[in-house]
Design a protein around this ligand. Sequence first.
Ligand SMILES: NC(=O)c1ccc[n+]([C@@H]2O[C@H](COP(=O)([O-])OP(=O)(O)OC[C@H]3O[C@@H](n4cnc5c(N)ncnc54)[C@H](OP(=O)(O)O)[C@@H]3O)[C@@H](O)[C@H]2O)c1
Length: 167
Amino acid sequence: MTLTIVVAASENNVIGINNNLPWHLPDDLKFFKKITLGKPVIMGRKTFESLGRPLPNRLNIVLSRSQQSLPEGVIQFRNYEAAIAYIQTQNCEELCVIGGGVLFAELINSVDQIFLTRVHTILANGEVFFPTIDQNIWEKVWEEHHPEDDKHAISFSFQRYTKIPTN
Ligand SMILES: NC(=O)c1ccc[n+]([C@@H]2O[C@H](COP(=O)([O-])OP(=O)(O)OC[C@H]3O[C@@H](n4cnc5c(N)ncnc54)[C@H](OP(=O)(O)O)[C@@H]3O)[C@@H](O)[C@H]2O)c1
């Protein structure tokens, strides 16, 4: 099973402020949907609270160490290993890790690829961060720039990283 991180981060790696996304970028939301649709998504409890509802047409898995009251169809696990064991019984080819900062930090070394939307701004008031992508481990294999326009106040670039093969 391929493990994929899907994230949007500022130039200084900010991903969240006030338990929310720091920007509104509709085409990034469309890109996120395109990557994740039909696949299981795994997220931390705070990211689920921030979304406020399950993502449709995706198996929603939430990690929390305490009992959560979650909507129907959302499955909670108390640790990552239990979640993976369950997903492996579901015949899935790919699992998308969709945040937030805690989960990304825990899992970045375990995933196979990263879809990073690099948002071209530096935010001084960031609260939650994506880990630095280690250039010795990851190589950028694809990039597509999206300029500012009337619906996007900040320009951004879709990027895909895969692991540099080790000998
Ligand atoms: N820009 C982006 O792409 C992006 C994507 C997603 C989220 N975000 C932002 O990130 C922020 C939320 O991130 P966050 O770092 O504060 O929180 P988070 O990673 O979403 O959730 C953290 C919580 O998840 C649970 N958890 C994490 N690892 C676990 C494990 N191994 N086993 C069991 N439970 C585990 C714990 O819940 P309990 O405390 O209940 O035990 C922990 O407190 C928000 O601002 C959100 O908008 C941004």
